[in-house]
Write a protein that binds this ligand. Sequence first.
Ligand code: CTP
Length: 398
Amino acid sequence: MLQGKKILLGITGSIAAYKAVYLVRSLVKAGAEVKVILTPSAKDFVSTLTLSTLSRNPVLVDLYDEQSWSNHVMLGRWADVMLLAPLSCNTLGKMAHGLCDNLLLAVYLSATCPVVVAPAMDEDMWHHPATKNNLQLITSFGNTVIPVGKGELASGLFGDGRMAEPEEIIQFITERFFLTSPLAGKKVLVTAGPTYEAIDPVRFIGNHSSGKMGIAIAKELYKRGADVTLVLGPIGIPFSANGIKLVNVTSAAEMYNACHEVFDKADLAILSAAVADYTPSVKADQKIKKKESTLTLELTKTKDILKSLGEKKKAEQVLVGFALETNDEEKNALTKLKEKNADLIVLNSMNHKGAGFKHDTNRITIFGNKGEELRFDTKSKDEVAKDIVDTIIKTHYA
Ligand code: CTP
């Protein structure tokens, strides 16, 4: 899989460094040539003897010792990919701000090869604005971030911040750097989540969408090398962008504007958001007081984002919509496909157990404007995202 590929692995001081031992073994087993650099604090977590034995190369820690100087420039030029796993908060901060107080950072700053990082930290550190800024900075330098997982953390707490598993890291770098994905470099717009339509300063009309399906699609596209912009409605929990360009919006009107800003330059758009169809005609400036025994709200139709993008779609752009139905599923989905000028429509029926809002699973059928019809079993939303992306590739990029 990675036969003859040269991987420079940087390990920083984090409990997750124990996984880097297995990562080195798996990289070598996959055929890669591996050289390991440790930060001084990583030495407290893993042994140089283990890593040099598994990598079959000396492990480097210092810029120089009494006898020799490590040529950091040549190390960065030797590698096909520089991988930092685990990446601690401390090294992330130094990378973002160009600090250079150890060999690993000197190699990073002089590396000419692609750099990919697998962060590992506790949830509160992961969600700190400084961490977010630093991740955004290194992404803007062209570095790639492998998404963190959710699970048990070194602190004993449960949450975001776990380093991706070694198998996931190997799959990620293989797909991203060594397989030519048909979506590599393609600009993709994804919408996800609900929209909230304000009634007054404290109330809104919304829906139960969790955004999980669209987020899974955005992550899958990113893994396949696409340049992804995610326009995300209010899902109520923080979402870490992890290399995906994130535009947070609240209302249908904001989502409409954000999508139109991105769509002209997009190759592909996948609209999975549950956009409100109606919005209060007037938003009260002050909290509406309870007076009468009934209250009537006048609602106005929102602009249909998918339809409006379908109207301006150029021949080379691919547009994918969703249809959430409770009855006459197929007929309604096919009508939406045609009326909104989409290339594909993903149908989820609320009648299937495990499909639709809030579930971690989904069951879909995809219809294409050339008569394609693909049915899938109930699967996790991550697997459904893979099916959707595979279908888009098969029908439009193969
Ligand atoms: N959609 C949109 N803008 C809207 C409403 C819907 O872009 N204002 C998109 C959704 O993101 C989805 C598709 O249109 O990709 C279908 O959404 P759905 O809610 O199933 O259908 P509607 O067109 O809203 O029609 P209805 O609610 O009558 O079924």
